[in-house]
Write a protein that binds this ligand. Structure first.
Ligand code: NAD
Ligand code: UDP
Length: 329
């Protein structure tokens, strides 16, 4: 959503990006700077890294602050994007108490900051609020199928509670909220070692290792390129009235086995596919219904999976060769 100069509407604001040194957060910071805003990125570097935003440090409108959002903070800003949370199951399973608190307490502190300064807040929620869905594709009205005491609950219920907090502040007129339900997102600067399907498969293929497909690989996901996702988040944040929740993702579905095969093809790797046990509670499918995003925000994913994967593979090649300034490791 841009004006005549291609800038986001509301140019020249002060924006807080919680989780700004992460995969999606770093792309969001980049875009906000291009659009003419001042950006404060808040991050504890638990799953992100200063290297992801090293190229932004040259800007006099960018600040990077190390802070755990489960603890209070305060910045005089116009907008708060709350992306601070591990996104990879391998990461949030590692410390479920911390994952829960990052989502719940982090959202509370974000809302209190927004309330103090009359700022608008966007919560990066997740398709995980739908759990293992028995409806396909999932519209926002679907209430989900989540096990509140399952191993995924720290993340799923953490996000559900975060959504409830945003709505409570919003309804009480304490802070203006927006809720984005983000589906599987991929692109350059995904952490090579974060255990997700796209990053694992690309790294394994480039190293000539076996690609680890969990279960039979018949479970399906819909992968959205990060540039499309960031555009959707900006549009939702700047919409004058739409609070959400709004699904943001790409509705084109592939099985995990198809994804692995496509990555083998695109990398030209000689890697074989190896089947491993399916993690407990792994959802069988995830596909966003994006009618609301299309109607309310004019959102339309533009990057086809093959093209997006190809660009991501190139960025992984550079990162793994230590050539990319944004490489994590
Ligand atoms: P990421 O792990 O790359 O980024 C998260 C960032 O938050 C990291 O930089 C991390 O260091 C930071 N962080 C985590 N806990 C923190 C804490 N307590 N205090 C301060 N910073 C903290 O993940 P991502 O893929 O960029 O995801 C960003 C957001 O989008 C997350 O909230 C995630 O739940 C949501 N989301 C992502 C996806 C996806 O496919 N990537 C899908 C659905 C939702
Ligand atoms: N997956 C896989 N091999 C891997 C990593 C993930 O088969 O090395 C599967 C995982 O079990 C899930 C799908 O790929 O079914 C997507 O996993 P990811 O962690 O990327 O995202 P999720 O949808 O689970 O949040």
């Amino acid at each position: 959503m841009g004006d005549a100069n291609g800038r986001t509407v509301g140019s020249g604001m002060r924006v807080l990006v919680m989780g700004g040194a992460g995969f999606i957060g770093s792309h969001l910071c980049e875009r906000l700077l291009v659009d003419g805003h001042e950006v404060i990125a808040l991050d504890d570097f638990s799953t992100g890294s200063p290297a992801n935003v090293a190229h932004l440090m040259r800007s006099s409108r960018f600040w990077l602050v190390e802070h755990d959002v489960a603890l209070p903070f305060d910045y005089e800003v116009d907008r708060v994007y709350h992306l601070a949370s591990p996104a990879s199951p391998a990461r949030w399973r590692g410390d479920p108490v911390r994952s829960t608190l990052t989502n719940v307490m982090g959202t509370l502190h974000a809302l209190l900051c927004a309330e103090r300064h009359g700022a608008r807040l966007l919560l990066a929620s997740s398709s995980d609020v739908y759990g293992d869905p028995d409806v396909d594709p999932q519209p926002e009205s679907y209430l989900g199928r989540v096990d509140p005491v399952g191993v995924r609950a720290c993340y799923d219920e953490g996000k559900r509670c975060a959504e409830a907090l945003v709505m409570a502040f919003h309804r009480q007129g304490r802070a203006s909220g927006r809720i984005a339900r983000i589906f599987n997102t991929y692109g350059p600067r995904m952490a090579i070692d974060d255990g997700r399907a796209v990053s694992n498969f690309i790294a394994q293929a480039l190293r000539g290792e076996e690609l680890t497909v969990y279960g039979s690989g018949s479970q399906a996901r819909s992968f959205c390129h990060v540039d499309d996702l960031v555009e959707g988040c900006l549009r939702l944040m700047e919409h004058p009235a739409e609070v959400g929740p709004v699904n943001l993702g790409n509705p084109v579905e592939v099985t995990v086995l198809e994804l692995a095969q496509e990555i083998v093809r695109l990398t030209g790797s000689a890697s074989r596919i190896a089947f491993r046990p399916l993690p407990e509670g792994d959802p069988m499918r995830r596909r966003p219904a994006i009618d609301l995003a299309r109607r309310a925000l004019g959102f339309e994913p533009r990057v086809p999976l093959r093209q997006g994967l190809y660009a991501t593979i190139q960025s992984f090649r550079r990162a793994m060769a230590g050539l990319d300034e944004c490489a994590r490791r």
